[in-house]
Design a protein around this ligand. Structure first.
Ligand code: SF4
Ligand code: SF4
Length: 227
């Protein structure tokens, strides 16, 4: 899932301070799981903003909506009526959701309420850690299911580097070297031969931005002319 963190309150407040009628828009998917932008967080932020502007003796109206996702048109369409009523939108979705919201409602100013951090997992209650950089050319099949492009501090496709010491990373001695973890995993799987040859330089054509994926089943029917 995409992991995000709410922006500092004062930064959010400053971004919307020139408006009277604001819609705080959450997202019911990834950012709800990481407690940054779901329905509950929308309610908390809206209340905090109301109280803070009231203390400033500033009249302001703040409403709240949390569609299932902000990265899908069908869910953004459900906001059409509430959006008509407001001056600006404060989105607590990831960066993709904020942009899709802005594209869907070009007549409104849209501001982000979270910092999008990474693609990760829920490692423990309240703890999310990064696992993937969406490189577009996954090599987990040959690295024992451990991603060096994410978990190695230098993102090396071949390792370990010369800085590894006692199984730890020289960039952060508290952390295990990702390539030692890969070595141990491949050893336990009886697949250490995967480390015997050098991996060729990464094909950066897979990493050009912006990315685009068209599902084969939809290509001919809906996206003729697309790649
Ligand atoms: S190699 Fe790593 S960054 Fe690339 S897709 Fe696989 S898990 Fe993600
Ligand atoms: S010590 Fe290991 S994890 Fe750290 S940068 Fe070198 S290869 Fe990567």
């Amino acid at each position: 899932m995409i992991v995000a963190v709410r922006k500092p309150f004062q930064e959010i407040k400053k971004s919307i301070a020139d408006f009277q009628n604001i819609l705080v828009v959450g997202c019911g998917t990834c950012v709800a799981v990481c407690l940054a932008g779901g329905k509950k967080e929308v309610g908390l932020l809206a209340s905090q903003l109301r109280m803070s502007f009231a203390l400033d003796k500033k009249e302001i109206r703040i409403s709240e909506e949390t569609p299932e996702r902000q990265c899908d048109h069908e869910f953004l369409e459900t906001l059409r009526e509430p959006v008509k009523e407001v001056d600006c939108l404060l989105s607590l979705a990831c960066g993709a959701g904020v942009q899709f919201l802005a594209e869907t409602y070009p007549e409104k100013k849209v501001f982000p309420g979270v910092n999008t951090s990474f693609i990760g997992v829920t490692e423990a209650a309240g703890l999310w850690t990064e696992r993937c950089r969406a490189c577009g050319d996954c090599l987990l099949a040959v690295t024992g299911g451990i991603c060096p492009r994410t978990l190695c501090a230098k993102g090396l496709d071949n390792g370990p580097c010369g800085g590894m010491m006692d199984g730890k990373c020289d960039v952060d001695p508290e952390r295990p070297c990702a390539w030692v973890s890969i070595y141990e995993r491949l050893t336990s799987e009886g697949r250490l031969d995967q480390m015997e040859s050098m991996r060729p330089p990464a094909d950066f054509r897979h990493r050009t931005k912006p990315g685009k994926v068209t599902h084969l089943a939809y290509l001919r029917r809906y996206h003729a002319g697309s790649k």
